[in-house]
Design a protein around this ligand. Structure first.
Ligand code: CIR
Length: 262
């Protein structure tokens, strides 16, 4: 069974961090309505959804993906690269404690969960404006004992590794090659975003279905041509805060209590 941990939209979302987008008016009520549709979609795709409340002090907390990395063996509590986001992790750590043993990324390392792509047997860590070399090294040190290969990937031109590349099937990645070197991923099938839709590489694979933003119809058509089942959601207001579909949830296996206490 899959658990999805989400955090409600903050009333202060308009004060979000922005790196690659100009500030625009955000309709917070519409963002919250879109987030509820996103939640509904997660439930329809088979996730048991757990909520954390919004907090006016943390404009970006809805982008919960950045606060932790949850694998079957453990949860890593991130140390977000943006100072304004560091305190978001406390409530997430409390919620994850019920599911996993917790480990922490520590100063001087910075790491955003949006820079971590778990694909096949490899955990790719994007080196970005949010995640530094020390962040990568701490992830490697913490995960190597569990047999994970951990590789660093340079990211440029976008916010996170998962702005540039995400998994859309077991052995298939959706990619914007302008932002990440495709050769990093070796011999896997790649679908390129449509050149007119540079932000289209962020897709959320849940139980063999891809949850995908309505704003990228050309890339969506490509996904469907490759036989991928797509569920479209409108996340346009969250996109103005530089968020995509992966960043609004932490999705992980609910392990049986026996495994949990191992
Ligand atoms: C930020 O700049 O941190 C937020 N405004 C957007 C974070 C999006 N996170 C993600 O894609 N993983």
């Amino acid at each position: 069974m899959l658990v999805a941990l989400i955090r409600e939209v903050s009333p202060s979302l308009e004060r979000c961090e922005l790196t690659h987008l100009p500030r625009q008016r955000i309709d917070v009520a519409l963002a919250a309505a879109q987030h509820r549709q996103y939640e509904l979609c997660l439930a329809q795709l088979g996730c048991t959804v757990h909520h954390l409340p919004a907090d006016p002090e943390w404009p970006d907390a809805v982008f919960i993906e950045d606060t932790a990395i949850v694998l079957d063996e453990l949860a890593l509590i991130a140390r977000p690269g943006a100072r304004s986001r560091r305190a978001e992790t406390a409530a997430v750590a409390e919620a994850l404690r019920a599911f996993r043993s917790l480990f922490y990324i520590e100063s001087p390392a910075t790491l955003d969960g949006g820079d971590v792509l778990h694909f096949g047997k490899t955990v790719y860590v994007g080196l970005s404006s949010r995640t530094n070399q020390a962040g990568f090294e701490q992830v490697r040190r913490l995960l190597m004992p569990y047999g994970h290969a951990v590789k660093a990937v340079e990211v440029s031109g976008c916010l996170h590794l998962k702005s540039a590349v995400t998994s859309v099937a077991e052995n298939m990645l959706l990619i914007n090659r302008a932002w990440v070197d495709a050769s990093t991923f070796g011999n896997v099938a790649l679908i390129d975003v449509d050149p007119s839709e540079p932000f289209a590489a962020n897709a959320l694979l849940v139980n063999e279905v891809v949850m995908y933003p309505s704003g990228f119809p050309r890339t969506r058509e490509k996904l469907e041509e490759h036989g991928i089942t797509v569920r479209v959601v409108d996340v346009s207001e969250l996109a103005k805060a530089e968020g995509g579909v992966t960043c609004c949830s932490l999705i992980f296996n609910a392990l049986s209590p026996r495994l949990d206490f191992h």
